[in-house]
Design a protein around this ligand. Structure first.
Ligand code: AMP
Length: 271
């Protein structure tokens, strides 16, 4: 991989990287298309990263469809699909992990111990393998964006992190490879996440600023959904992910499927 990207660099071509775990959907494609507009060359990595999954999570059953992904990316005009194996990424004996203290610790970090160490480590390895000028991430995984930005800055990677808006289904559900797990009844129930964000955003637009009342708005909408089990629904500062800010962040289980979503209440909810 590095030989290819270094050749491109010598030729003066800007390289964009879109890290993914495959099972590509329109959310991924929005990042790919943006990267194609903003760079001469685009690399999409597809790697279901075992070390960002905890014990009992869905690593084994995570959706994989290499053939379809390759077709979709060829159509989008991607120059290179980087698909390392687990043995290449983590050869026997490799033991280094990157821990981004602070921002990686609350919310998703608390709910999924070790998750962000796995994310920070694999993204650093992808940056080393590809040496991109720009890397593209989705706002859907808001805390991941903050963790990756911190890691890139702290380790001195000369890469610009660009963040794109969350792509949603017409009813508001954020696209996610994990939506494929949802049974039809669960798919209907899953709208409660975006619906809660929309309600809180509406309240904010009408002048509500009490963190308790905005948080209550989120919880009340989620709790009326019998198939939903709320893991967290909080308002946080988007820079630090600590208490009290305008970013509403949710993690909700619908049956066995864990979904996350977020929205900055200071902005209108789309749709
Ligand atoms: P994943 O394959 O789930 O690791 O996601 C790869 C990248 O796509 C990450 O930067 C995600 O934040 C981004 N992404 C996932 N879902 C969406 C979405 N619905 N809209 C925009 N970006 C997304």
């Amino acid at each position: 991989m590095l030989g290819v990207s270094r050749r491109w660099r010598r030729e003066g071509q800007a390289i964009g990287l879109v890290p993914t775990m495959g099972a590509l959907h329109a959310g991924h494609l929005s990042l790919v298309e943006r990267s194609c507009r903003e760079n001469h060359r685009v690399v999409v990595s597809i790697f279901v990263n075992p070390i960002q999954f905890g014990p009992g999570e869905d690593f084994e059953r995570y959706p994989r469809d290499a053939e379809r992904d390759a077709e979709v990316l060829a159509k989008a005009g991607v120059d290179f699909i980087y698909r390392p194996t687990v043995a290449v990424m983590y050869p026997t004996g490799s033991s280094t992990r990157i821990h981004v203290a602070g921002v990686s610790e609350p919310l998703e970090g608390r709910a999924r111990p070790g998750h962000f160490d796995g994310v920070a480590t694999v993204v650093a390895k992808l940056f080393t393998a590809v040496e991109p000028d720009r890397a593209y991430f989705g706002q859907k995984d808001a805390q991941q964006v903050t963790v990756v930005k911190r890691m890139a800055q702290d380790l001195g990677f000369p890469v610009e992190i660009r963040v794109s808006a969350t792509v949603r289904e017409p009813d508001g559900l954020a696209l996610s490879s994990r939506n494929a797990y949802l049974a039809p009844e669960e798919r209907k129930a899953a709208v409660c996440l975006s619906s809660a964000l929309r309600l809180a955003s509406g309240a904010y637009a009408r002048g509500e600023r009490s963190p308790e009342r905005l948080r209550r708005t989120l919880w009340e909408r989620l709790e009326v959904e019998p198939l939903a089990q709320v893991e967290y629904a909080e308002l946080v500062d988007p820079e630090t992910f600590s208490a009290h800010g305008s970013l509403a962040v949710l993690a909700v289980r619908i049956g066995r499927t864990r979904l996350i979503d977020n929205h900055d209440l200071a902005m209108d909810f789309p749709g």
